[in-house]
Design a protein around this ligand. Structure first.
Ligand code: GAP
Length: 457
């Protein structure tokens, strides 16, 4: 039986809507099937996920460069890649209610009937998942172009350009984030499977013969990335694809799976694509895409290791893993224990009340702190309610300005997870916040700072 998680998806969907993380697309018109909009907090979270990925994949490595290829590509790309022929799912339609299903989702005998109304289903037919559109003013077959179903192909077709301009030598990788589109038959589970989504893909080019080692390396590297950013190791596992499951281009593939509320499901795939892609594009474009190996003085066709992650699925996994409920002083507290690098708001500035004496200093602190971190200012409602609100959106640190602050020019810094509070002199506030966000324990007091012995919330 599938193991499932305690966090339920409805709770997260509701929090996401209520707090401004994620909304259904075009909601005022009733929504659009499986498309989602990221609200003010969601857009920050998503940006942070992509930035954390870029930092680990590009900024901190010598063997990687970035790319941002266009979404629309020459249609031959998709013939060469195999997508025109093979990127299809078996589709059945109910003869009564006309709902459509993926035939391979209906495994049991009873499911041979329509899951919606029990009606008779059509024989399966292959349905290509690529969205088509037309380039230019004439809607004819010759003008058909596709919305890319993966970002990967933009990297393969630029291999030669990147080699020529970056002077990279094997092994090296090209990294890209961007939108991808798939006309999925079965969608659902919130942002887990949608028709428009974002990918974070690396194509890592290696010498044939070294591919198996690099493949293992990338499987570990990518698994560890999620753990470093706070996902509980127990909620992640690796699953190797069976031979019958491998995509047409893959020699080997592992999925990093996450324990979503609906069970273990793919978060990221790492594939050994062999030399399939460069060989195909060389054949279809007529360009020589081989690489001159200076060591052996031979031309070789590099093998490719591809760690391919979904931005939206990562956002979902980070949110699910961060969601916690606990009881503090007999009251329920909901919090997102997001890693500080991912939290949409890093610091909240909260004057104790709207008393006008506090205002100048509160604004001064806000003006100073926001130079360094995404910061929110909030002076509505009681301080307790404002703390709870920041907990629920995952803000790691709150700074409170009280009447004592006016005398001693110190403010209270409160930690989301431990609820510990310290008093910090204004002149070291920015440095203290930076240190705490980087993981310094709250017990380490800044110069001139002290432990706060007052109320907690
Ligand atoms: N270039 C290889 C490739 O695209 P994939 O396994 O089809 O491989 C990679 O996709 C990742 O993209 C998946 O692990 C998943 O995180 C994300 N992804 C794929 N289809 C998706 C969809 N319909 N909605 C959201 N994310 C999706």
């Amino acid at each position: 039986m599938a193991q499932t998680r305690g966090v339920d998806m409805e709770k997260l969907v509701s929090l996401s809507k209520r707090r401004g993380f994620i909304f259904p697309s075009s909601e005022i018109y009733g929504g659009l099937g499986s498309c989602w909009d990221y609200g003010p907090l969601g857009v920050e979270l998503k940006r942070n996920v992509k930035e954390a990925w870029w930092k680990a994949m590009v900024q901190e490595r010598d063997d990687m460069v970035g790319l941002d290829a266009s979404i629309l590509m020459h249609p031959q790309t998709w013939v060469a890649s195999g997508h025109v022929q093979q990127f299809a799912d078996p589709l059945v339609e109910c003869k009564s209610c006309h709902l459509r299903f993926r035939a391979d989702d209906l495994k049991d005998e009873k499911d041979k009937k329509c899951p919606n109304c029990g009606g008779e289903l059509t024989e399966p037919r292959m349905f290509n998942l690529m969205f088509k559109t037309f380039m230019g003013p004439v809607e004819e077959q010759a003008a058909v172009v596709y919305l890319r179903p993966e970002t990967a192909q933009g990297i393969f077709v630029n291999f030669e350009n990147v080699i020529a301009t970056s002077r990279k030598k094997l092994p090296f990788g090209i990294a890209q984030t961007g939108k991808a589109f798939r006309n999925e038959i079965t969608t659902g589970n919130f942002i887990f499977r949608s028709r428009e989504f974002e990918q974070m893909e690396v194509e890592f080019f290696v010498k044939p013969g070294t591919d198996k080692d690099w493949f293992q390396y990338w499987v570990q590297e990518r698994f560890n990335w999620y753990v470093k950013l706070g996902i509980n190791r127990e909620h992640l596992r690796l699953r190797q694809h069976g031979k019958d499951e491998l995509a047409h281009y893959a020699l080997d593939c592992y999925d990093i799976e996450y324990l979503f509320p609906m069970g273990w499901s793919e978060l990221e795939g790492i594939a050994n694509r062999g030399n399939f892609d460069l060989a195909q594009h060389a054949k279809y474009s007529g360009k020589d895409l081989s690489y001159f190996d200076e060591e052996t003085q031979e031309r070789i066709m590099p093998y490719i290791i591809e760690p391919s992650a979904g931005v939206d699925r990562s956002v979902l996994a980070f949110l699910l893993d961060a969601y916690h409920e606990e009881v503090v002083e007999k009251e329920k507290r909901v919090l997102l224990r997001l890693h500080p690098a991912l939290a949409p708001i890093k610091v909240a500035i909260l004057p104790l009340s709207r008393n006008e004496k506090l205002l100048p200093m509160a604004k001064e602190v806000y003006g100073e702190v926001r130079q360094a971190f995404i910061t929110q200012y909030d002076d509505s409602q009681s301080i307790g309610r404002r703390y709870r609100r920041q907990d629920e959106i995952g803000t790691p640190l709150c700074v409170t300005i009280d009447f004592q602050s006016l005398d001693d020019r110190q403010v209270t810094v409160r930690d989301r997870d431990s609820l510990k509070q310290i008093r910090v002199p204004l002149e070291v506030l920015r440095a203290t916040l930076a240190a705490k966000l980087a993981g310094e324990p709250m017990e380490v007091l800044p110069p001139g700072g002290s432990k706060w012995l007052g109320f907690d919330s």
